[in-house]
Design a protein around this ligand. Structure first.
Ligand code: SF4
Ligand code: SF4
Ligand code: FES
Length: 248
């Protein structure tokens, strides 16, 4: 089954741009990335798009399809009808480089700001066995492919560049929560999450969770438990005293 599909693709760069209409052949079994590649091959050889694996695993092909943050390689054409007009635009929360390619360096900056795993200084290799339950707790978060769809969706930064310095975004708050759950990590993740990485900006709307292609329950399993632990630290006098006396 082949038909001529109607597409509207954003073309431009840092200086501005516009949506342009194209008619492109669609074949059975294809995804939106196939269409973008056919558009490049037949009508728009200078169209910029970032991709690598075409298997939903590298996190490169993030863009917006009909206004929804999606991986282009995992968005099946069969989810649209033959007469649908399909709009493909770059991620909105990050500056455009060219066409569908955005500058996602905000995310790398935030990643570098999160202190890495910090075991006790006197612990030597082989001295500690991790329990399976502790391994499993963080396993879900390790599925992240760094597509930044959650970062792009979060309303705290989506239309508010001014919040970016104070807010790490769901992907990196999840990383902090993962480290805070680690039984050997001794860094003070809770105060840092609140004071340096903007956990308080998150009002648990779950929009980040909805767009995650790895189906990680970012809000329920990372952000809400982290908020609870921060609240315990701040408002429970016994927890506060215990933390003062026994650190973890
Ligand atoms: S749950 Fe929090 S981090 Fe996720 S989109 Fe909503 S405000 Fe942003
Ligand atoms: S948490 Fe999900 S949406 Fe966010 S960067 Fe990782 S894989 Fe992408
Ligand atoms: S090309 Fe790798 S996730 Fe889409």
């Amino acid at each position: 089954m082949t038909y001529q599909g109607q597409f509207r693709v954003w073309r431009g760069d840092q200086d501005g741009g516009e949506l342009q209409d194209y008619t492109v052949e669609v074949n059975e079994g294809e995804v939106v990335l196939d269409i973008i590649h056919r558009l490049q091959a037949t009508q728009a050889p200078d169209l910029a798009v970032r991709w690598n694996c075409k298997a939903g695993k590298c996190g490169s092909c993030s863009a917006e399809v009909n206004g929804r943050p999606r991986l282009l390689c995992m968005t099946r054409m069969s989810t649209f009808t033959e007469t649908d007009l399909i709009t493909v635009t770059p991620l909105r929360a990050f500056p455009v480089e060219k066409d569908l390619v955005t500058d996602v360096s905000f995310n790398y900056t935030k990643a570098r700001e999160v202190p890495s795993f910090t075991p006790p200084a006197d612990l030597r290799p082989g001295e500690y066995r991790m329990q399976q339950i502790d391994v499993e707790r963080s396993q879900e978060f390790r599925k992240c492919i760094e597509c930044f769809l959650c970062q792009n969706t979060c309303h705290v930064v989506r239309d508010h560049d001014e919040n970016k310095p104070a807010f790490a975004g769901p992907r990196y708050l999840m990383r902090i929560a993962e480290l805070d759950m680690h039984p050997l990590d001794v860094a003070d993740r809770r105060d840092a999450a609140q004071d340096e990485f903007g956990l308080g900006y998150c009002n648990i709307t779950k929009c980040c969770t909805e767009v995650c292609p790895e189906h990680i329950k970012i809000t329920d399993n990372a952000l809400i438990p982290m908020k609870e632990r921060v609240a315990d630290r701040k408002y429970d006098p016994l927890v506060w005293l215990g933390n003062k006396l026994f650190r973890r």
